[in-house]
Design a protein around this ligand. Sequence first.
Ligand code: EPZ
Length: 417
Amino acid sequence: MALWHINGGNRLEGACTVQGSKNAVLPMLAASVIAGADTELMNVPVLSDVDVSLQILRNLGCQAVQSGNDVYINSKNLSDNHIPCEMMKSMRSSVLFMGALLARCGEVHMCAPGGCMLGERPIDIHLDVMRKLGADVRCDDSEIVCRAEKLRGTRIELPFRSVGATENAMLAACGAEGTTEIYGAAMEPEIVDLQEYLRKLGAYMSGAGTDRIVISGFSPDSHVGHRVIPDRIVASTILCAAASCGGDIELIGVAPQHFSQIQLFLNTAGCDIISGKRNVRLRSNGKLHHTGRVITAPYPGFPTDVQPLLMAALLKAEGDTFFTENIFERRFAHVAEFRRFGADIEICGKTARVKGVKTLKGTNAFAADLRGGAALLIAGLESEGKSVVHDKDYICRGYEIFDRKLRALGADIVMEI
Ligand code: EPZ
């Protein structure tokens, strides 16, 4: 359990580097088993979810160590295809070992994955993908077993642009004979980065970033190095914090095109934003106005992960902003917590109406998931007086040394474990 102590009201100023992307590196860590190669991943954030992936790799017989922001993996001596339930339950992306292990060993044993509680999070699309590629998939209450004598390339049509199912299809297809075409693929930057990494491992793959990805073979390489893309959700979090607190900040070493949606919304809300090739500068006087409708959708639409963060930024904005959540069925847990600060929010079905209030007051608030938790930090920073955010270790799943980063920008925030 972590307690985040915040004394709100400070402007944020200065330059800030942004960590590597959690959601890009997690599928890469699973992918590392496919080729039996020696791999070096750079710009890997130090996070509990990364640590769980490394534990899974070691449990499978791989060498896997993190030293600062570098990760070294050697999967030549992979000796197992079972993933213990407690490891599966500690994060959602453990399910990506399904496609990767099936590609390498033709067999995988696991149970259903855990992850943030954002409503029902089934894995039916993942399982259908494995079946399509020729695997025999058996599930009971305690175990999922996938087996394939031989995976066969095929045409896969995803019923929804699921990020994880697209990644799992890309991973499993690396072990298939013949050509696999994935239609209706998710187009997130993390998918493009995974394709880059898989190509280095030996995959013949193209199309990531569009809705059709083609995988036509795999010839393993023995030494691979890859630098993970910067984290667009962390970048968006810092922008939202500076927008609501007021300030003048510059994000350095980012890929601004990956989070252009949030820049547009914050600009509409009244912030000055200048984005260069690898940096974004935001200036805000802290007095924001509503942005109309924010509707979450698969990339390049407005990211569901940023919905709680932008909502936090607009709690004091003049006028009403409407947030419609289309990706997850329960991603408004932060709303009840925002109300503790004095926010005026009504929920009707999939839409939350935020009526900007004049002031917010520091309080005790309780994180229920990763991005919702980060959004509470923003609420604390823009409120008057002291707040404590009680966090069952959700925030450190996605944010590296985040209190230090915010303090360097002038925030009064300390995390106590
Ligand atoms: C990824 O989760 C991200 N996680 C999430 O980020 C992100 O919120 C999400 O994509 C959407 O952008 C990682 O990359 C590790 P989905 P994922 O499959 O892959 C339904 C964060 O805070 N669905 O695109 O699990 C599902 O229930 C996290 O960093 C099925 O119905 O997301 C959901 O409603 C949280 N059946 C929707 O699709 C399936 O088999 C989108 O899920 C798979 C998904």
